[in-house]
Design a protein around this ligand. Structure first.
Ligand code: ARG
Ligand code: GLU
Length: 710
């Protein structure tokens, strides 16, 4: 067989790695330093991550377990996104103090609001422990034995390090289990709400603009981290003092021009850049389109009713947001993968890989890898589809998933202690109250009719939940289900819960909505889950091997491990993009655009009167751009994903330019394949953030704490 010249590789994957691609481990950043500096960076890798002196990493936290935050003063002041602080703002809001609607600004430390349950985590140190974790592992080992050995090694390592430190110690796999890193972390649990803009600013554009450029969202909120007198983590106490970080971020008022170097420092949650073509194809062309189609139809029904009635609009706002976020994202994944010919490119690469494998005898372990992937994914597909319909069609019916909350209670017997029963009853009463507050039965009926019709059309009679086979006429079936079930009726549910005894369980179990729920879950448990788990575990083994093979095949390539909720640096340039032939997106938006979008009748586009006044008077102070306008948001070719919300985007000097909060939907395939032409992250310009704090809210005392570089 003719050996392909090395050049072919370069043609298929120019330099293999695109500037902009990759989520880098901070402790290994010295390997990227040269490229970063060539792109314009004026600081060093050591300024970003060091364990010998303070560095930017000391200012970055994992916020609330799902977002990123950064410290911007020596008094523990923290910035993150509005949508990251949302839940905490909501918990402090009431009709009298509606902070979501009106915003909130603590004018002194005493006004700052404790947020029970909120914590931030600082990474103190990272160590490569690959050799110790893989000690005694060899490639021929059975998977279970391997895992047991890895777990035992990790336990030993953690126990040893715990003796020398007060920090929390953990070990996480990187490169799909080919490398392991130890993390030393410190968790602060006294974090207080300091300020947030009204939703008309912090959520401007709402779900309509979500994932979309041009964007005008002031997506920020402000918190403060507190510590005990010695600076150590402590639970909330009035005696706690503001946390003094080893480092806080400087803030630049200069903004960024197109082409400027920029980097994001934060906690990306999950990416899968090294999947085989079959996996990407299945996700982008089989599963995602079904989810998008079903969710789109659900959203159409929501929209119809939400437009008719303002009360329903509010009731379904958060459900709409949740369903809509994934809907738009996965639409972008499919579009992007196909536009980029992602599957074909992966196939072409796999051709190269196979050539490489047969090129030497000691690569025998990779020989059948791609075939096994193909076989596994083919086998997986019907189960994956079955799971998709259970989740997106069956359980999407609110009546059915609500009934499911009572499944445990429906199984109690006379032997169950009344105490346990009372406990579940109490929590179900709360659940029922919040369910009915936001439940509008006509929507759910329409959704159920639509979804069950789709379910019947799509899934084979011999491989689907049994209840579907009893349906003759969908509309009639759904009407009867809703008429007969008690779970549509708040009074009936409460009447049953009041003084609930074991003998009442039968009434729950016999409810028709409960039976639908049990049929769905039983089918999933008995016929689907085991297969997905078994194939998934074999795929994990293949993935690890494939990753290893790719690294051996390209010894000169710098690989970045998939995101796994650990601290990463990603970098690129501030730039716009061309979403389609004939179109070019600029890299920034301005307050002008907020005025263009203004529509007092559309919830997402209401402009605050005070903001309008500042706009009319052009009262931007030192926060205006050199072009005289107020910049609101900007895009960059920096590789980000969920979890990067709230992450700082920094300039060549490591100064804060803005807060990352989203991506453009055309490039959401970057979780699978990064394409520098269309993958863009979106950040709110820090100057807009400061302008809102200072000019809009009159909370200039917060700015005084920060280090501003003019
Ligand atoms: N799309 C962004 C992220 O995944 C922001 C979501 C919150 N914003 C919204 N308008 N729903 O998750
Ligand atoms: N909005 C996302 C988040 O909440 C970040 C955007 C993305 O997925 O890139 O984490």
């Amino acid at each position: 067989m003719k050996k392909l010249p090395f050049l072919t590789l370069l043609v298929l994957f120019p330099a293999f790695l695109f500037a902009g691609e990759g989520m880098w481990i901070p402790m290994l950043l010295q390997y990227n330093e040269k490229e970063m500096q060539e792109m314009g960076m004026r600081i060093t890798a050591d300024d970003i991550y060091s364990i010998n002196h303070s560095s930017l990493k000391d200012a970055i936290v994992l916020f609330g377990g799902g977002c990123t935050g950064e410290i911007v003063s020596d008094q523990g002041l923290l910035l993150t996104n509005h949508h990251c602080g949302y839940g905490y703002i909501q918990r402090h809001s009431s009709v009298e103090h509606d902070y979501l609607t009106n915003g909130f600004w603590a004018m002194n430390r005493d006004e700052e609001l404790p947020c029970p349950g909120l914590s931030v985590i600082f990474l103190r140190e990272m160590r490569d422990v690959t050799a110790q974790v893989l000690d005694g592992i060899d490639i021929e080992m059975a998977e279970a034995d391997r895992q047991a050995k890895v777990d035992a090694n990790i336990k030993k390592i953690v126990a040893a390090v715990e003796k020398e430190t007060a920090y929390k110690v953990s070990v996480k796999p990187f490169f799909l289990g080919n490398e392991y890193y130890l993390l030393l972390e410190e968790t602060y649990t006294d974090v207080r709400l300091v300020g947030c803009p009204p939703s008309n600013i912090g959520k401007f554009g709402g779900d309509t603009d979500n994932w979309v450029w041009p964007r005008h969202t002031g997506d920020f909120s402000i918190f403060r981290v507190y510590a005990d007198k010695d600076g150590h983590p402590a639970d909330y106490s009035h005696d706690n003092v503001p946390y003094k970080p080893a480092k806080h971020l400087d803030i630049s008022l200069k903004g960024a021009d197109e082409g400027d170097f920029a980097f994001v420092f934060g906690y990306p949650a999950r990416t899968s850049e090294y999947l085989p073509a079959v996996a990407v194809d299945q996700e982008a062309n089989v599963i995602d389109p079904i989810v998008v189609d079903l969710r789109g139809k659900v959203l159409d029904i929501y929209n119809k009713y939400q437009e008719q009635d303002p009360k329903v609009r509010i009731q379904y706002a958060s459900k709409h947001a949740g369903i809509g976020n994934g809907w738009k994202k996965w639409m972008g994944v499919t579009e992007g993968i196909n536009h980029f010919h992602g599957v074909e490119k992966k196939h072409a690469f796999e051709g190269e890989f196979q050539q490489w494998v047969v090129g030497a005898r000691n690569r025998y372990m990779y020989l059948d890898l791609l075939n096994q992937f193909k076989k596994n994914y083919k086998e997986l597909e019907p189960y994956q589809l079955a799971y998709t319909y259970v989740a997106e069609a069956g359980l999407r019916i609110e009546l059915v998933s609500f009934a499911g909350r009572f499944a445990k209670l429906s199984e109690v017997t006379k032997d169950t202690p009344q105490d346990d029963i009372d406990k579940s009853v109490a929590s179900l009463k709360t659940a029922a109250e919040s369910f009915f507050k936001d439940y509008y039965q006509p929507i759910d009926r329409d959704v159920a009719k639509m979804l069950l019709a789709e379910y019947l059309k799509a899934q084979p009679a011999d491989f689907r939940p049994a209840f579907l086979n009893d349906i003759k006429d969908v509309d009639d079936y759904v009407d009867k289900l809703f008429d007969k079930s008690m779970f549509t009726d708040e009074a009936k549910v409460n009447a049953l819960l009041d003084g609930f005894k074991a003998k009442d369980a039968k009434k729950l179990a016999n409810d028709p909505a409960m039976k639908v729920y049990q049929s769905l879950i039983g089918f999933f448990r008995n016929e689907v889950h085991g297969h997905i788990a078994a194939i998934g575990s074999d795929n994990a083994r293949l993935q690890r091997l494939y990753m290893k093979g790719q690294m051996e095949m390209q010894p000169d390539k710098r690989f970045s491990p998939d995101a796994n909720f650990t601290l990463r640096v990603t970098y690129g340039k501030v730039e716009g993009f061309k979403p389609k032939d004939g179109m070019k997106y600029k890299h920034f938006t301005t307050l002008e655009g907020i005025m263009q979008k203004e529509n007092p009748d559309i919830y997402d586009y209401v402009v605050e009167p005070r903001l309008k006044e500042l706009y009319i008077n052009k009262d931007y102070g030192r926060y205006a751009d050199k072009d005289g306008t107020m910049h609101v948001a900007f895009t960059a070719s920096v590789h980000t994903t969920g979890g990067n919300s709230g992450s700082p985007i920094l300039n060549a000097d490591g100064q804060l330019l803005g807060l990352n909060f989203d991506r453009c939907w055309e490039g959401t395939m970057s979780d699978l394949i990064y394409d520098p032409d269309i993958c863009r992250n979106i950040s709110v310009d820090i100057r807009y953030v400061l302008f809102i704090i200072d000019k809009f809210a009159g909370a200039g005392h917060l700015i005084d704490e920060m280090t501003i570089v003019e």
